[in-house]
Design a protein around this ligand. Structure first.
Ligand code: FMN
Length: 163
């Protein structure tokens, strides 16, 4: 089996998760930023990772998932500043799943990722954003060792399902 782990990551959190997934699958795997992916035909399973942006899926990830071919086995993962149970973070992953109109989604995973303090500072200038900013500060230090272990477990389950 050949695996692709394609990720979008601006500050490194989703990339860390991608590396943990790559280590956990322990087989022939290519790990690369989503913009470097030339094609997916040679891969049996595609893992696609992204940071939640403005409660949704970043544009370049949007089109990547949408364009995956019929029946391609797909696993989706994300990092987000909100708490793990946050409805909007869950909705972003559900949205990513809904974009996979042709691919076959085998599973999803999400965990917190620390938010660039400058972004929190800027957003906090608007009082309406302050509750989220406080929540996002709690993501400091994530993804941590436990998150990376959970991501590895997720990856192994996906591979078992794909076999
Ligand atoms: C422009 C921008 C918008 C963001 N919007 C959200 C959001 O709506 N909800 C959320 O939980 N986190 C949000 N975040 C936080 C990121 O999802 C989080 O820090 C993530 O782990 C960053 O991943 P990366 O390091 O791979 O880029 C946002 C971050 C940025 C830069």
């Amino acid at each position: 089996m050949k695996i692709l782990i394609a990720y979008f990551s601006q500050t490194g959190n989703t990339e860390k998760l991608s590396r943990a997934i790559c280590d956990a699958v322990n087989m022939d795997a290519d790990l690369m930023p989503i913009e470097e992916v030339k094609g997916v035909d040679e891969y049996d399973v595609v893992f696609c990772g992204f940071p939640v942006h403005v409660h949704s899926v970043p544009e370049k990830v949007h089109s990547f998932i949408k364009l995956l071919p019929q029946g391609k086995k797909l696993a989706i993962f994300s990092t987000h500043g909100s708490m793990r149970a946050n409805e909007k973070a869950k909705t972003a992953i559900e949205h990513a799943v809904s974009l996979a109109s042709k691919a076959k989604v085998l599973g999803t995973f999400g965990c917190r990722g620390e938010v660039n303090p400058r972004i929190i500072e800027n957003l906090a200038k608007e009082p309406v954003n302050r509750p989220w900013c406080e929540e996002a500060q709690g993501a400091f230090g994530h993804p941590d060792a436990a998150d990376l272990a959970d991501a590895g477990e997720f990856a192994r389950k996906i591979i078992a399902k794909a076999c």
